[in-house]
Design a protein around this ligand. Structure first.
Ligand code: NAD
Ligand code: HSO
Length: 428
């Protein structure tokens, strides 16, 4: 692996596009994924079994494995069970703070003009929990717990099949409170949740992270079913100044790189010596990890690199444009730098806040927008599982006060029935 330190100012238009318009290979698989989704719609369970054979090399027996979750919980090691419970408690605590409250207020100056908002949970949602090259019990917690905190009655989870399903992933489903578990992964798993099959019940909304096939499938079904956002192959951007510890920066880059060859990991600093040290550390640490091949592939992506900015202001401008899934700031005045960045999925401040803490257990959600989606939205939250309705009540006096405004605007729009619906109430 040969990572070069690059000057930010020297990046040409193609290199800049590779960073800012990254899509982690999702575009390349859109047409294959369209075919998979269509076939699942047409053929249901038969297609799910065929795709599991083809892509996961598994002969699926039961697609519905809901019964296995509680058993797995009893069977896993005590220390793992305890870690799941601790992480789940922290995630639940953080998400309980997000539950919106119904409100009503009288805005009327004369008469009653009572306006408000109420929130109700969705009825049925589907959570995708990845599980191709690694197991993701943490993603089960991150998807199911906010849905349950929001009050969703039926939360189904789809996760790739295996000859023996990962017991820790199953146990996490039990802890999080999943109502149904289906052993189907990839694009076919997303299609099954979106449209239903003989075994899988269709849901109103599909959420959760995954690789490029999963992400392309979410883009494909969006419109027919609601989704959270595109949460594809992982990304991290570390903004560092001369006070940063190269070892820590490198460890955070290597950690996200181990998810997927399509992951993007970037460090940007105004200190050229630090940049060189980061590269040396990344090379050393990557060689020591178990998933070296994946890490090296991710580091060699066009959207990965170690960059030197002319100033921290330039580094901050890069971070804003990059809109990372995870933004780590390891710098002296991290809060001042953060103040100048609006676009990031989740932010990690200081040397002792590794991204991995949020990945598992600090309590924030790790399902986050990738591909610069953070320019438009934040990570998965209780908000994704509720619908809001506005409610209003006027009395006669308040309506009389508004009548001129409404009828004038209605007539300006050429909608006289609207105007009359107000006047009618004041005619004998
Ligand atoms: N953005 C986020 O919030 C976030 C959070 C956690 C994980 N992730 C990402 O989730 C992903 C997990 O990836 P994974 O692969 O381990 O698990 P996965 O469950 O996302 O994907 C596995 C599935 O991919 C499908 N697949 C594999 N090869 C295929 C092919 N050639 N054609 C069609 N389908 C194919 C299979 O059906 C398999 O079941 C990583 O990219 C990781 O970075 C993202
Ligand atoms: N880093 C991932 C989000 O991109 C979440 C995760 C799960 N397990 C470990 N990490």
């Amino acid at each position: 692996m040969n990572i070069e330190v690059r000057e930010l100012a020297d990046l040409g238009p193609d290199a800049r596009r590779a960073f800012f318009e990254r899509d982690a290979g999702v575009g390349d698989v859109r047409s294959d994924v369209r075919d998979i989704v269509e076939r699942v719609r047409r053929e249901g369970d038969v297609a799910l079994r065929d795709y599991s054979r083809e892509f996961d090399d598994v002969e699926v027996g039961n697609i519905d494995v809901s019964d296995a979750a509680e058993r797995a919980y009893d069977e896993i090691d005590d220390d793992v069970r305890e870690a799941i419970e601790t992480a789940a408690a922290n995630i639940r605590e953080f998400h309980e703070r997000q539950v919106p409250e119904d409100w009503r207020e009288d805005f009327g100056a004369s008469g009653t003009r009572e306006l408000g908002r109420r929130y109700r949970p969705l009825d049925r949602v589907g959570v995708y929990a990845p599980g191709g090259t690694a197991a993701y019990p943490s993603s089960v917690l991150m998807g199911v717990i906010p849905a349950k905190v929001a009050g969703v009655e039926h939360v189904a989870v789809a996760t790739p099949p295996a000859d023996t399903m990962n017991p820790v992933t199953l146990a996490a489903m039990h802890v999080a409170g999943a109502d149904a578990v289906y052993s189907v992964g990839g694009a076919q798993g997303i299609a099954a949740l979106a449209y239903g099959t003989e075994t899988v019940k269709a849901v109103q909304k599909v959420v959760g992270p995954g690789n490029k096939w999963v992400t392309a499938a979410k883009a494909e079904v969006r419109g027919d079913v609601d989704i959270d956002f595109l949460a594809g192959p992982s990304e991290v951007l570390v903004v560092a100044d001369e006070t940063a510890e190269a070892r820590f920066v490198a460890a955070d880059l290597v950690a996200q790189a181990e998810h997927d060859p399509n992951a993007s990991v970037v460090a940007v600093t105004d200190d050229a010596d630090l940049a060189t040290e980061i590269v040396e550390e990344v090379e050393r640490q990557a060689a020591e990890r178990e998933r070296t091949e994946t890490i090296e592939a991710a580091l060699e992506n066009d959207a990965s690199g170690v960059l030197v900015a002319r100033s921290m202001s330039e580094a901050v401008l890069f971070a804003e444009e990059y809109a990372a899934e995870h933004l780590s700031i390891q710098a002296d005045d991290d809060e001042a730098l953060l103040d100048r960045i609006d676009s990031a999925g989740s932010v990690f401040l200081g040397p002792y806040t590794p991204v991995a803490a949020g990945d598992y257990a600090s309590g924030t959600n790790h399902v986050l927008p990738t591909g610069a989606g953070a320019k438009q939205q934040g990570g998965l939250s209780v908000d994704h599982f509720v619908r809001s309705t506005t409610v209003q009540r006027l009395d006669q006096e308040a309506l009389s006060g508004l009548s001129e405004t409404v009828t004038t605007l209605a007539e300006a729009e050429g909608l006289d029935a609207h105007a009359q619906s107000v006047r009618e109430r004041f005619e004998e």
